[in-house]
Unconditional design. Structure first.
Length: 249
């Protein structure tokens, strides 16, 4: 799963990196080394309407909250509760789950991250629940999580937008930390992923299939200070020494 991540780039930096073409500039979000569910996050999405024949890139940077609001939520408090249960959607079943299936077909997005945290749960040399920070092995390069988003209207008519990260079974060295990982999308699949006209489940699923899903990533252990959402700052992603861990063997 992915329950906490970091994004320290500004809106301007993301607009350049992800080649945003629309003029809509969202409210600025501060650098955050400990993004938790229900917080406001940046996403990149296609601004085209389903019936729009324009084929060129119409990407926009937008802000919404992390954790998909269940469409059947009756009020704000119920909506917030539902978010904590839907921060991630499994790639294997996202097209079937009532909360996610409609968004998966036509409201997909990219969720940019400087890196994400995972807590060791698999048998290995690290102590159980040891947090790790996973990031690109290219300094300064953002990760692009495959995401979906949706809109929910509260009883007063106010619109709330929310998103979930799509996860998949972990592979390679990441599987030694945790059995799930975010689904990453390379730049050559961004256009198709964001295109609302691509709505065949089989075609969308193929976009998530990579020969080497963990390629280009690196991980290192970090302090348990990241466990508390009140903690923030660049020190959270600093590597720590766990050369003599308590083993599970």
């Amino acid at each position: 799963m992915c329950g906490r991540y970091a994004l320290v780039k500004s809106a301007g930096e993301l607009i350049e990196e992800f080649e945003i073409t629309t003029n809509r500039i969202p409210a600025a979000l501060p650098a955050d080394w400990n993004i938790a569910p229900t917080r406001e996050i940046y996403v990149i999405r296609d601004f085209r309407d389903i019936g729009d024949d324009v084929s060129e890139n119409r990407r926009e940077l937008a802000t919404l909250s992390w954790g998909m609001i269940a469409p059947w939520s009756k009020d704000r408090s119920e909506a917030v509760r539902s978010q904590s249960q839907a921060i991630n959607a499994r790639s294997e079943s996202v097209h079937e789950k009532p909360t996610f299936r409609s968004a998966f077909k036509s409201r997909r997005c990219l969720i940019p991250a400087s890196g994400y945290y995972e807590w060791a749960t698999e048998l290995g040399k690290y102590e159980s629940k040891q947090p790790f920070f996973i990031q690109s092995d290219i300094e300064g390069k953002s990760l692009a999580f495959a995401g979906i988003y949706d809109r929910w209207v509260d009883p007063s008519g106010e619109i709330f937008e929310s998103a979930s990260i799509i996860t998949r079974p972990a592979v390679d060295f990441l599987a030694k930390i945790h059995n799930r990982m975010p689904t990453f999308l390379p730049v050559n699949r961004w256009d198709a992923w964001l295109d609302p006209k691509v709505n065949s489940v089989e075609e969308i699923q193929k976009l998530m299939e990579l020969a080497e899903p963990a390629k280009g990533l690196r991980a290192h252990p970090v302090s348990t200070r990241v466990n508390a959402t009140r903690n923030n700052g660049a020190d959270l992603i600093s590597e720590i020494d766990v050369s003599e861990p308590n083993t599970l063997f």
